[in-house]
Design a protein. Structure first.
Length: 367
């Protein structure tokens, strides 16, 4: 019953937030935020601090320049996680293929959705009677498709990568939008110990064109409930820069090591509740560490989502989201698990995240 109540509230808030975003500005404070959740339990276990070190199929999302570290014929990545007590589902599929010793291509598909949302707008018929047979269901889903290319540059250790992405968002038969954008990334490997990265998300700004399809009955429901009728319009996602640094240190001669990374997300709208902010920019730091044995077992921890929040007594305090994770690699298979927001310490809702990565050699019959 609680889940049903939540999804009904979600339905109303969803339409209201989209409508208000269209009215306030073409560049709302939060746009395409489902792409900020992150993919891969290995990265999530480290608080999403991975832009400098990423070097697998998931680099297509985190920093496409990292795809140049993919040296297999094909890498396949899969992930599944759930939020809001399983109501919303977040899924990822990624492919990366090495073209030659200098360049790699990749493809990523992401879906974040709430399925089977009750549509109660026609619950009361024209006679004023409640008719539960009029309740239908719909899905609110966000999709992202990223086509990536990365290449090693002439400068030793420096790689460049980029994404062309297509965004498709759909709310039942009531509303949908298409969006297009570009990402760009750099990665510099100074040596085996230190790496640096720069990621420019939505570097040219990402445009989403919303189209609403509300019949007369639906519009009357919006008016009767005090909600504004959404209008077709354009939504703009502003650029975001991520600066990252990574270090790795050996612990003795038995294959043990410790590593850590710090990322700084910089936005220029000046309106975000981040740890560091001015009237012009907002800086959101997140960091993670991992301790491992060779490349077989890794234990991870990280913090992210640092922000100041106020309680019911209007007392402000610093809030952080702690994460932990573990990874296991067996030949061509890597399995990772992350538990985000330990102990529900953050305002964010926790989730168990599982991801799988397959590293495949060229089949012998294709050689």
């Amino acid at each position: 019953m609680l889940n049903k109540t939540f999804v009904n509230l979600f339905f109303l808030v969803l339409f209201s937030s989209v409508s208000s975003a269209q009215d306030e500005t073409i560049a709302p404070k939060y746009s395409n935020e489902f792409l900020s959740i992150g993919i891969g339990a290995d990265a999530l276990g480290m608080g999403n601090a991975t832009v400098a070190q990423t070097g697998s199929v998931t680099s297509g999302y985190w920093n496409p320049a990292g795809l140049t570290s993919v040296d297999k014929w094909l890498e396949v990545g899969l992930m599944h996680s759930e939020y809001f007590a399983g109501i919303s589902k977040y899924d990822y599929l990624g492919l990366a293929k090495s073209i030659d010793d200098k360049s790699t291509i990749g493809f990523s598909a992401i879906r974040f959705a709430v399925d089977d949302i009750p549509n109660t707008t026609q619950l009361i018929d024209n006679s004023g009677n409640i008719n539960y047979d009029n309740i239908t269901t719909f899905t609110a889903a966000d999709y992202a498709f990223l086509l990536s290319y990365a290449r090693k540059l002439k400068i030793e250790g420096l790689s460049l990568g980029g994404n062309f992405k297509v965004i498709y968002r759909k709310v039942g038969d009531f509303a949908k939008s298409w969006g297009f954008g570009l990402d760009g990334g750099l990665q510099y490997k100074m040596n085996d110990r230190f790496k640096f990265g720069l990621m420019a998300r939505d570097v040219t700004s990402t445009f989403n064109a919303w189209v609403f399809n509300l019949n007369q009955e639906m519009q009357e429901v919006f008016v009767a409930t005090g909600n504004e009728i959404p209008r077709n319009g354009l939504e703009l996602t502003l650029p975001r820069l991520i600066f990252a640094g990574y270090g790795k240190f050996n612990l003795g001669e038995k294959g043990m090591f410790a590593a850590g990374e710090i990322d700084l997300d910089v936005t220029t709208d000046g309106r975000r509740n981040t740890l560091i902010r001015t009237g012009l920019i907002s800086i959101d730091p997140h960091m993670g560490i991992e301790v491992g044995f060779k490349d077989i077992v890794k234990v991870r921890a990280g913090v992210s989502n640092m922000q100041y929040v106020k309680d019911i007594n209007d007392v402000q305090s610093l809030n952080v989201q702690p994460n932990i994770g573990i990874g296991l690699k067996l030949k061509a298979l890597q399995l990772d698990y992350a538990y985000t927001d330990i102990g529900n310490a953050s305002v964010a809702l926790y989730s168990h995240v599982v991801s799988l990565r397959l590293m495949l050699d060229r089949p012998k019959n294709m050689e």
